[in-house]
Design a protein around this ligand. Structure first.
Ligand code: UDP
Length: 192
């Protein structure tokens, strides 16, 4: 179920429902792309057609921000619960550990993705984080080779918005992962 809020589609699914859909996407080898929607992005997208198109191209737009809930209530919609980018990432890591799906962390300053990997391994024993790469590596061949050689199925991309969303759209068809989530500054938060 999706609702259109000021021109941007937003999903009404819970963390559990989204995780189920994402695991199914992996099983079927379908590419899926998660973007976090907040009021700031919706306001920007009002003036910026390219951004509007970018956000609507995602498979799942998650309602990250109480302003999205309020907007849904005001228009008589059904979205009542926030799904934040970082909590979606953590939920997906928990499911990845349970279902043995391989995870890659791409983005943030050198060393941060490795620290986030160690934290996630403590939080979700058994999780397979098969690779990390900082967000300042600019050699396209290195980036593609590292990701594809890892055979990751889920990749979290922490390059800031909208860079990470543009990167996901332009790279997902040539990379191994099925599931792509743009996570902004989440690696910095998790690495602590
Ligand atoms: N970043 C990166 N490569 C770049 C520019 C930024 O990896 O070329 C990282 C930066 O180190 C930070 C993240 O992108 O970890 C952006 O976080 P921010 O909180 O600014 O993103 P937002 O959530 O606001 O989109």
């Amino acid at each position: 179920m999706k609702e259109n809020i000021l021109g941007v589609d937003v999903c009404g699914d819970t963390y559990e429902q989204l995780a189920d859909k994402l695991l199914e996407d992996i099983e079927h080898g379908r590419k899926s792309f998660i973007v976090a929607i907040n009021p700031e992005k919706i306001m920007k997208a009002q003036q910026d057609e390219e951004l509007n198109h970018l956000l609507n191209q995602a498979t799942y737009q998650i309602p990250d921000g109480i302003g999205i809930i309020l907007a849904s209530m005001l228009k008589g919609g059904k979205i009542r619960k926030r799904v934040t980018g970082i909590d979606m990432m953590l939920h997906l890591c928990k499911e990845a550990a349970i279902h043995q799906k391989k995870v890659f962390l791409y983005g943030a300053k050198p060393g941060i993705a490795d620290e986030a990997k160690s934290k996630l391994e403590e939080m979700y024993p058994g999780i397979q984080i098969v690779g990390t790469l900082d967000g300042y590596e600019k050699d396209e061949q290195v980036i593609e080779a590292r990701i594809n050689e890892s055979k990751a199925e889920i990749i979290f991309v922490a390059l800031g918005s909208p860079t990470q969303e543009n990167w996901i759209i332009s790279h997902k068809d040539k990379l191994s992962p099925s599931v792509y989530q743009g996570v902004g500054g989440s690696f910095d938060v998790i690495s602590g």
